[in-house]
Design a protein around this ligand. Sequence first.
Ligand code: ATP
Length: 450
Amino acid sequence: MEENLMQKITALAKRRGFVYPGSEIYGGLANSWDYGPLGVELKNNIKQEWWKRFVQQRSDVVGIDAALLMNPKVWEASGHLATFSDPLVECKECQRRFRADEIDESTISQRKPRNDESKEWIIVGAWRCPYCNAENTKNPPRQFNLMLKTFLGPAEESANVVYFRPETAQAMFVNFKNILATSRLRVPFGIAQIGKAFRNEITPGNFIFRTREFEQMELEYFVQEREWEKWFDYWLGEMKEWLYKDLGISESSVEFVEIPEKDRAHYSQRTIDIEYKYPFGQKELYGLAYRSDFDLKNHFQEPPYKDPETGEASYPHVIEPTWGVDRSVLAVLLDSYAQEGDRVILKLKPKLAPYKAAVFPLVANKPELTKKAREVHDMLQPRCMVAWDDRGNIGKRYYAQDEIGTPFCVTVDFETLEKNDVTVRDRDTAKQERVSLPDLPAFLMNKIYG
Ligand code: ATP
């Protein structure tokens, strides 16, 4: 992938209203981003497709929308307060601060397990700075907790400390019994949520890839222990379908990486990172983890599940597929970006495109054409997002719509007035066909959603 693709995407995102730098008129706020009119459509379309596929079109998954601030005991029980941290290092030479996993492993002289339970390793010996190459001998990484703190109520004292959730998942676990009591679900079943999460990342960056405020789509799927492998494979298949069919990402852009035991959480017997080949390197897009009964055991002293047939109480085991919303937006933008000469095309899946169609009068200075084109626009608008453009020449309008991924352009010309049909131009093939006006809504809906 081209090195400068990130610059092109970032510039396009700003120029056309997908994503702006956050708080820009005040000099910005480092690594914060605001989704603009087209960005919010793309992002919402991704979330809606996800919700449809994984919640509404299934009878074994239900959704929740939980509070962002939770009782701090949640984070104590889940282990986040003690261990949700990244190893932070500071180079004595260049004073740069970064995550220890950026250090080239071959330059580390000594490592040891993080603690008795953990299979993760920490650096205890010397290491070389990946930025200035200085050797560091006396400053091993220290753990930096990523939870973002705030205070509830007027007094900023420790009794009032709460944390912005660093993931959406814990709300699914703490509501486990509520959901069972208000539904007829039985294992295997899942609970899903889409929402914001916050992490005080040491090194945010790469546009919307790593930010301190981001959105997740998470699903906790509860299974019997003996069936975890079957369900793990099942969810891996579902994640692939989502990537290739719903997002339209090409298989060659993605890598499924088995996480070796030494890098997995101690309770997980299998984790796969689904990595995307970003221009800045191959990095995590999504994750899939088998979490055993770790989470439910953390929160419930008694087994929270009773088998409706046998009456046997148990702690179901969990398969957790997790998706980042912002990384989905980034991957979709990168994967759909195409350039043909000076023409830029975002080859978005029609379902994801902010505008599904654009309507133009062939020329702007003929009132009868403009009037007819307005009628066509207004006929389509209740069904889908439709753009309107009557500036410049038709070629420029096509280019402007290609750049934001509008799959169809509908032109009203003089023939329309006689024959009651329009020209529909396809973004990807640039082919044009005449479609009669009464057939137009069904024609477009079929191409977009069919
Ligand atoms: P990374 O290793 O990149 O820090 P992670 O393993 O900590 O990611 P998870 O805890 O598995 O990430 O979070 C689930 C998903 O949430 C990730 O796959 C990613 O899509 C998204 N995500 C996590 N951290 C961020 C962030 N700082 N900014 C944007 N998205 C994020």
